[in-house]
Design a protein around this ligand. Sequence first.
Ligand SMILES: [Zn+2]
Length: 221
Amino acid sequence: MVQHHPSDDTLVEYAAGNIKCHLALCISVHLQYCSQCRTQIQKLSTLGGALLDTLPNESLDDAIFERILERVDLVHPEPEVERVGNPLHSWLPDGLVDLTWRKQWFKLYEYVLEVPKQGRWRLALQKIAAGGIAPVHGHYGREITVVLQGGFSDEMGVYDVGDFIIRDGTHNHRPRALENEDCICLTYMEAPVRLTGPVGRWLERFRDMFLNQEDLASQST
Ligand SMILES: [Zn+2]
């Protein structure tokens, strides 16, 4: 059962079309699993931009958000909830079967969906084999995760299929797959992860050296 959702503010921005494309993709995937958020989105879409334009120009706190939804309920008390088409179809026409995974860590694998020619973001599937543990890490930017298969836990909770999780630079965590099934997640990273355990810090030093060499090479060309 889905228990972790985008924030109300994020859903409002998504409904208004103000979300960057890869975060919007992650929300769209979450909506595949979450009737609660689909209903919220449909209410907000029904309301449209006209009501938002009439609200004060301030951040949406819980009270304002509730006011929006109450007014939508007056217009459409029973919104029709529909599932949208699979937003990952263009990357994964056959779903999650027969993917060629690249090993990253002992039981951690990656399947890259999209990386930029310039920039450091990354859209990928991450797989932790059943019972496996990813290295403890933090983030240089936000990391958005949607669970597609199985489940995992970390220091902050337990996550099941469909759950939507955002971590930022203030979080260090060590995801562990549940014991009975491989865990596969859609992950959008705004910047590379930061390995923070003893072994991770040692590896980071080599990565920094490698990146510095790349910088020197690019400066000399
Ligand atoms: Zn939801």
